[in-house]
Design a protein around this ligand. Structure first.
Ligand SMILES: CC(C)(COP(=O)(O)OP(=O)(O)OC[C@H]1O[C@@H](n2cnc3c(N)ncnc32)[C@H](O)[C@@H]1OP(=O)(O)O)[C@@H](O)C(=O)NCCC(=O)NCCS
Length: 159
């Protein structure tokens, strides 16, 4: 596995900043076919257009969750776990951490797009209370692969 060392002490989930862009991009390469540019990551991590939570295992960044907050709404922009670390509860832990942050900030709704064919991600989101409310066609991110649009209401969340 490519080294993606970050310093974090014992804390597993923490908010990433612009120091972590190269680690984040290396991890993203292992998770997705499409990739955000360094400029896109900078927009979030330096200009706070969005936020990124990282999951660290023995000093290595192995999972991340990018999200935005607008008024009372949160949107999941990306969630990825390194292939060697999947099915160990890391994706769920990142989502739960975000949902707790939303509850603390009194964010009422969460939105996300997920490809209809992405069985692992859909199962994860459904298990957390996200519900399919429709199908969006032709977004640039999903390259015409019919993403399902899901919504979560904070009232349904009881950690
Ligand atoms: C989707 C993803 C983030 C899940 O991360 P993960 O750390 O492996 O997930 P977890 O171990 O926390 O699993 C949580 C739940 O998700 C579901 N799940 C995860 N992987 C699954 C799989 N391969 N098949 C079916 N369900 C799966 C299960 O419901 C699982 O709960 P369980 O283990 O109690 O059965 C990971 O598979 C990934 O990075 N995929 C590639 C990138 C991607 O598609 N991201 C989503 C973009 S919308």
């Amino acid at each position: 596995m490519k080294s993606t060392e970050v310093t974090s002490g014992n804390q597993k989930i923490f908010e990433l900043d612009s120091k972590h862009i190269s680690e984040l991009r290396a991890l993203e390469l292992t998770c997705f076919e499409y990739h955000w540019s360094e400029e896109q990551f900078k927009l979030g991590l330096e200009k706070k257009a969005f936020y990124v939570l990282g999951y660290v295992e023995q000093g290595i960044l192995v999972g991340y969750l990018a999200y935005s907050l607008v008024l009372e709404e949160m949107e999941v922009l990306n969630l990825g776990v390194h292939p060697d670390f999947r099915r160990r509860g890391i994706g769920r832990a990142l989502m739960l951490d975000l949902m707790k942050r939303c509850r603390d900030l009194e964010i009422k709704r969460g939105l996300l797009d997920v490809k209809e064919t992405n069985i692992p991600a859909k199962a994860l989101y459904e298990s957390l209370g996200f519900k399919k409310v429709g199908v969006r066609k032709n977004t640039t991110r999903t390259q015409g692969k019919m993403p399902t649009f899901m919504i979560w209401n904070s009232d349904d969340f009881n950690p």
